[in-house]
Design a protein around this ligand. Sequence first.
Ligand code: IPD
Ligand code: CA
Ligand code: CA
Length: 277
Amino acid sequence: MSIEELKVFLDIATEAALAGGAELMSYWGNLKDIQEKGNPGNLVTEADKAAEEAIVKVLQRHLPDHAILAEESGELGDITSRYLWAIDPLDGTTNFTHQYPFSAISVGLLIDGLPQVGVVFNPILDELFRAAKGLGATRNREPISVSQTTTLEKSLVITGFAYDRRETTDNNYKEFCQMCHLAQGVRRSGSAALDLSFIACGCADGYWERNLSPWDVAAGIVILEEAGGKVTAYNGSPFDFKSGKILATNGKIHDLMSKALIEIPPLAYWDTTDRLN
Ligand code: IPD
Ligand code: CA
Ligand code: CA
């Protein structure tokens, strides 16, 4: 894939994200249709649907041969294509319904299964993150890079909790306790795409989460890697979209965070005085 081709795809992804953002803003503070889908708390609104329609329209107009995997519509086009666009039209729907201004559109392009182009756009705060393989990463068109933090004690880390958390013991609760204990601070923002972008621009140092879908992370992975960060599974092996478990850091705390996420005491440990001794 040539740099020139990637630049074209990046511009198309940007056009799509901005079109979706305009749709989202027409519903900001003005939502009428909020429904649950699947697990409790997993919301979908008319804003998600309208933004997705606008994004898909732009992609299909420019790239009719490419496949699309969109959160609300599923697979579209020729799914055997080597080009697959993974789209989340509103990442942070819960935030959006509360008018908590931390939500984004995520438009990522996988070529032969590898993330190559990513755009994450928060239309509420007008923040645009962009990257393509070999082209670097930007925030509002200015180059960004990851933080220099090297210890967990000095790290601000981010996580999230999937909608199935009440139905599984693999719910991230013990990992959350462990990281609260070890890191300087832990945040749960409610948008995986923005979480990855914030590691990319150095505002935080590490991020982990389970049960993510390709549309949550495809764009953010490119942005973070192009900003100098590292993305793997919890144990440091290559990230697998099918597993949904991601460890994403500035690279410098990667091994420390990986170790912390693997060597976790049982949840009951946090209820005892053992940890104080
Ligand atoms: C969710 C957000 C959240 C993460 C959830 C995702 P949605 O996406 O990215 O931060 O913790 O796992 O499902 O439902 O707002 O598109
Ligand atoms: Ca999402
Ligand atoms: Ca979504």
